[in-house]
Design a protein around this ligand. Structure first.
Ligand SMILES: *Cc1c(COP(=O)(O)O)cnc(C)c1O
Length: 426
């Protein structure tokens, strides 16, 4: 064996996996079982008391899911990860470890529409208060910090316009405030951006998108960077205080630099219950094996389509950070030098009606509410994903009435451009 550290593509295929010890199966088996037999009573007791690692029940952990967790932790450069049923479940589980009722967290205003909804409405009923900040104005994050602030949440490449967030600048604000920075890395995937390298303390993903990559399975994951000290000032009691459900152990003290991932599993997933099906974990693992190949093709196609649209007379503007003229191009060169992702927006001179008409004329692009599929996708955010926002908030979050969002797939770029050509021209 050489002592070379494996590269990204090697990790995408191998990290966390080995031939099945009992059967020799080379692909990771789907351990489709709810529960696991204990060796004896002592073994059972030590598993339940967190004195030993092992499988108990698939709501808490599963060997197929464990391979997925190790693989994504390796790709992101974290200490440990926890797979859950969806991206939204990952967000709930993360914040449940950090916030008590009455606490606040700061979130970038440019987010996936579902996250804006979840933070505004569902979390309010838990007593968690979101305070919005503008990712293009770092001082707005500083101004939003109060003694009740427990976390900052941003997207690395932000929905819906594919804008690039200055992760390092916001991580400096988080550090100063003594709170963790959570980065939703769904649109970038670790192939394009590794937020932990830029100061993130926690990374979350919707595995449903580019990591799974084929539009066939929901999933989410939480990656612990192992960088945050949870013990200071009693600010994070879930991690620093004795846990009554585990004989009074303190998670940070016992598990050190992967305590957050453990908290998410043994307090969040165990009690809230959004477990990932091992079948979905298998589908997503298979997807991840080709992540570097797919992601590069997604980005190359997106750049070609963005360039085509930027030169079209019916198009008012294109918002793609990979274009040299784009306002985020400088940040894209710094954070995502291999490509600026494959989700972006453009606006039509004909406004709302032209957007609706374009969506109905496209044939190769599927009109649906998803991103990060092998297939190219299109949606009109103002009438769908962002329809819950008022007009001013729509514009602020990059989803004005004239805006169309594309998620560029891995088809031949000439075919994608031809489809846009007939739909824009007709
Ligand atoms: C889709 C998505 C989510 C939510 O993930 P689900 O798997 O649909 O729950 C969160 N963040 C971003 C950026 C997304 O694209």
């Amino acid at each position: 064996m050489s002592d070379r550290l494996p590269g990204f593509s090697t990790l995408a295929v191998h990290a966390g996996a080995q031939p099945d010890p009992t059967t020799g199966a080379r692909a990771t088996p789907i351990y489709q079982t709810t529960s696991f037999v204990f060796n004896d009573a002592d073994h059972a007791a030590s598993l339940f008391g967190l004195q030993a690692f092992g499988n108990i029940y698939t709501r808490i952990g599963n060997p197929t899911n464990a391979v997925l967790e190790e693989r994504v932790a390796a790709l992101e450069g974290g200490t440990a990860a926890l797979a859950v049923a969806s991206g939204h479940a990952a967000q709930v589980v993360v914040l449940q470890q950090l916030l008590q009722p009455g606490d606040e967290f700061i979130a970038a205003r440019k987010l996936y529409g579902g996250s804006i909804n979840q933070f505004t409405h569902a979390f309010k009923s838990f007593g968690w208060n979101v305070v919005w900040a503008d990712p293009d104005d770092i001082s707005s994050f500083e101004r939003a910090v109060t003694p009740r602030t427990k976390a900052i949440f941003i997207e690395s490449i932000a929905n819906p316009a594919g804008s690039i967030t200055d992760i390092e600048a916001i991580s400096t604000v988080a550090r100063k405030a003594g709170v963790p920075l959570i980065v939703d890395n769904t649109l970038a995937s670790p192939y394009l951006i590794r937020p932990i390298d830029h100061g993130a303390d926690i990374v979350v993903h919707s595995l449903t998108k580019f990591l799974g990559g084929h539009g066939n399975s929901l999933g989410g994951i939480i990656v612990d960077a192992g960088t945050f000290d949870w013990s200071t000032g009693g600010k994070y009691p879930m991690l620093s205080e004795p846990r009554p459900e585990y004989h009074g152990i303190r998670l940070q003290e016992t598990f050190g630099n992967f305590a957050f991932a453990i908290a998410c599993r043994v307090l969040g997933l165990r009690d809230l219950g959004p477990a990932l099906s091992p079948f979905n974990a298998f589908m997503i693992l298979t997807g991840i094996e080709t992540l570097p190949l797919r992601m590069q093709k997604h980005c190359d196609n997106a750049k070609a389509v963005a360039e085509y649209l930027a030169g079209h007379p019916a198009v008012a503007s294109v918002s793609y950070a990979g274009l040299p003229s784009d306002k985020y191009n400088q940040l894209a060169r710094k954070y995502a030098p291999k490509g600026a992702g494959a989700v972006f927006t453009f606006s039509l001179k004909g406004g709302f009606d032209a957007g609706v008409s374009l969506v109905s004329k496209l044939q190769l692009f599927s009109h649906l509410a998803n991103v990060g599929d092998t297939r190219s996708l299109v949606i009109h955010p103002a009438s769908t994903t962002h329809s819950q926002l008022d007009d001013a908030a729509k514009v602020k979050s990059g989803a004005g009435p004239d805006v169309v969002r594309l998620s560029i797939g891995i088809e031949d770029k000439e075919d994608l451009i031809a489809d846009l050509e007939q739909a824009l021209g007709a």
